[in-house]
Write a protein that binds this ligand. Structure first.
Ligand code: FAD
Length: 501
């Protein structure tokens, strides 16, 4: 029983995934942590929008939020605006947090659906504090006045990915992690178990370890090239296979939300940071050439480009097994889904959390490895379905890419979800599923997937109560948003050392 010695965990790769793993393991476990990264290869250099769960990760590492915002040139993020997905001239927001509030037996949206049918409801976003604050370019995380409750407003961040990795590196090294620069040229295996025993650098230096974490990016050096974990390809559902990214100058105040604008054969992201805006076009190479993609992106920037465009090719899907023997894949080596809902960094975080729960004591037990892989597959599949919904429910008629997306076959799990919502507005979230009911609701409604009927019990509320409830929520949110400072003003004051607005 018990550990006879601390394990040595070797991380291959020093992008966001590698340094998140190193920072967490160095801080939270007694393992000896070594990270190998190659300056010559570098990192993918994108990945700047997050979802609120990132705050749990940072908190777990004991990170001070104001310092983090300063160091990574971050801004706050209250949601994602989708422009041109329902139809070219429409926009809606997937805002974090709740919509309306509990109203008896049913979720709020059932009463909203009834009011909508009766012509008494405002658009859904009017009942979301996050959306209203985002659209007003406001932000505040604590009570407007002493004695009042803090606004119930989950937030995430946009940050500079390179600065975040550098910041985490300082944390990891402070807690004892060792960094070795060099390119892994060979992998040594244990002849009996088949486990990875060591990695050898081009310099000839061999690094032996008990456990290996593959953070080598799309190369998937250990998990695929060495262990052949297999890849589940989802490009028939998510056909975009390339991206081109370019930062541009900031013009005016920064929005506290990401924007995803549908284009002729893909979509463009806009991620506002303190010092620049991150932009990129995700597209399908069957429908758009690389030159056309670059021209589209450069024609749709807020300010002057600040660097040469960065081109990335990818295949959407996931590793069939993300954990094999004594090797765990994290980040791009585990698989890739486009950043439409900013989920990749979260998937790194959730895998680290799951791994810590199952932290092996010596050789990993196959039952734990299997359970890890089952949970990961469930999480990835449910995110995949959510992304597919955006494509399938598009309203961009007459554009070949989007016409194809509207008629594609769906995974059975997503078909069932859409049918359930259409039947009576029913949305069910399984345990471990990332996206919440309000998340699904906003995409359904925002892209014109509406139920045939609302829940029959919504009729039990007297009309006068229904109208009063909606008006109260609308007015209450309006009052909170009015009292908030502007996002840029709040951020500047909060980021000043010791500063609080
Ligand atoms: P990388 O950054 O590629 O790092 C790989 C590391 O492995 C590097 O340090 C490299 O030097 C090292 N390496 C490779 N081979 C060797 C070797 N032989 N020897 C030694 N070292 C080696 N995620 C989000 O959450 N939000 C977003 O908005 C978002 N946008 C994205 C946009 C695009 C176009 C893409 C492609 C991804 C996006 N992502 C986003 C995903 C996000 O960028 C990644 O999840 C994240 O950066 C993690 O990357 P990584 O660390 O796995 O890989």
């Amino acid at each position: 029983m018990g550990r006879d010695r601390d394990q040595h965990i070797v991380i291959v790769g020093g992008g966001t995934a590698g340094w998140m793993a190193a920072a967490a393991l160095a801080r939270l476990t007694s393992a000896r942590v070594t990270l190998v990264e190659s300056d010559a290869i570098g990192t993918v250099g994108v990945g700047e929008a997050t979802i609120p769960q990132i705050r749990l990760f940072n908190r777990g590492l004991g990170i001070d939020e104001a310092e983090f915002l300063r160091e990574t040139k971050a801004t706050f993020k209250l949601g994602i605006e989708f422009a041109g997905w329902g139809a070219p001239d429409t926009r809606y927001m997937h805002a974090f947090g709740t919509i309306g509030h509990g109203a008896g037996l049913l979720p709020f949206h059932q009463y909203w659906l009834r009011a909508q049918a009766e012509g008494k409801a405002e658009p859904l976003g009017r009942y979301s504090l996050n959306e209203r604050a985002a659209r007003a370019l406001k932000m505040q995380m604590w009570p407007a006045k002493p004695g009042q409750p803090a606004p119930d407003m989950p937030w995430a961040y946009h940050f500079d990915a390179a600065l975040y990795a550098a910041y985490l590196r300082r944390h990891a090294e402070y807690h004892g992690a060792t960094r070795i620069e060099g390119k892994v040229a060979a992998v040594g295996r244990d002849s009996e178990s088949g486990d990875i025993a060591s990695v050898t650098l081009e310099s000839g230096q061999a690094i032996a370890g008990d456990f290996f974490i593959d953070c080598s990016g799309f190369r998937a050096l250990l998990i695929e090239q060495e262990l052949h974990a297999g890849f589940e390809d989802w490009s028939h559902w998510l056909p975009c296979d390339r991206a081109i990214a370019v930062p541009c100058a900031t013009m005016g105040d920064f929005t506290p939300y990401t924007r995803a604008t549908a284009r002729s054969a893909g979509w463009q992201w806009r991620i506002p940071l303190q010092h620049r805006i991150g932009n990129g076009l995700v597209y399908c190479s069957d429908d758009l050439s690389d030159d056309e993609a670059e021209a589209t992106l450069l024609a749709n920037l807020d300010g002057e480009p600040l660097a040469e465009p960065n081109r990335v090719r990818f295949t959407t899907g996931m590793r069939q097994r993300q954990w094999v023997g004594n090797c765990l894949a994290l980040g791009l080596s585990a698989g890739f889904m486009e950043p439409l809902e900013s989920t990749s960094i979260h998937l790194i975080q959730s895998s680290i959390a799951r791994f810590l729960q199952m932290l092996p004591n010596g050789r990993p037990a196959p039952a734990l490895v299997d359970e890890f892989n089952r949970q990961a597959a469930f999480e990835w599949h449910s995110i995949r379905d959510f992304l597919i919904l955006h494509y399938r429910a598009n309203g961009r008629e007459g554009e070949p890419f989007w016409d194809r997306c509207r008629s594609m076959d769906l995974p059975a799990t997503l078909s069932a979800k859409i049918e359930q919502f259409r039947a009576s507005g029913y949305i069910h979230r399984e345990h471990e599923e990332l996206f919440t009911e309000p998340g699904w609701l906003q995409v359904f409604v925002g892209q014109g997937v509406l139920p045939d009927a609302y829940h029959p019990l919504a009729d039990a509320m007297p009309s006068v109560d229904l109208e009063r409830m909606l008006a109260d929520i609308d007015r209450g949110i309006g009052g909170i948003v009015d009292s908030m400072p502007g996002h840029a003003q709040f951020l500047r004051a909060y980021c000043m050392p010791g500063g609080k607005p």
